[in-house]
Design a protein around this ligand. Structure first.
Ligand SMILES: [Zn+2]
Length: 175
């Protein structure tokens, strides 16, 4: 038996689809929740739940840290700098809802070269919901000067941010 993370019901393992990424090789959600979820995902105008946002950031941080062969050293919420429910409001200041899948770093996480920078770039001031079209075309290569202002205004470690930006000067563009 396995407990579904969504409906919290205990169900036989056959009620869970395969998921290579999870510890036991099975999806976190039961099949019923999974199909419900994926059906509504396309239609719903509801913002993503705090926990899905949190796990998304956690995944992003973990992935970023993995690629630098570093260990995650502090809680995601600590890195983000504000509780996830506040983060949600922060992200929605620009968009009513564009979708969880478009959570983006203003200064790309790929610009980080060490654990301090990975953490610094996961601060809430560097997070936003991005316009999917702009996101794709920009392809994480360029950062608009205009969008950095918000990071510089709110980030606790401006010096570190400036170091990251200085290293990538050629990719910081006015428009
Ligand atoms: Zn379920």
């Amino acid at each position: 038996m396995k407990t579904c993370t969504r409906c919290k019901e205990s169900k036989p393992k056959t009620s869970f689809r395969l998921n290579k990424k999870s510890n036991d090789g099975l999806s976190y959600q039961c099949n019923e929740c999974y199909s419900k979820n994926n059906y509504f995902k396309k239609k719903s105008n509801n913002p993503p739940s705090v926990s899905s946002l949190a796990s998304r950031i956690r995944n992003r941080i973990t992935t970023a840290l993995k690629s630098n062969e570093l260990q995650k050293r502090s809680g995601t919420e600590l890195i983000v700098g504000i509780p996830f429910n506040v983060l949600r409001m922060w992200l929605h200041k620009d968009y009513d809802f564009v979708g969880d899948e478009h959570l983006d770093h203003i200064i790309p996480i790929s610009w980080a070269i060490n654990i301090d920078e990975v953490e610094a770039l996961n601060h809430y001031s560097n997070l936003r919901y991005d316009d999917p079209i702009r996101n794709v075309s920009r392809n994480n290569r360029f950062v608009l000067i205009e969008s950095i202002e918000c990071v510089l205004e709110n980030h606790p470690d401006i010096n570190l941010i400036h170091r990251i930006l200085d290293r990538n000067k050629d990719k910081v563009v006015p428009y």
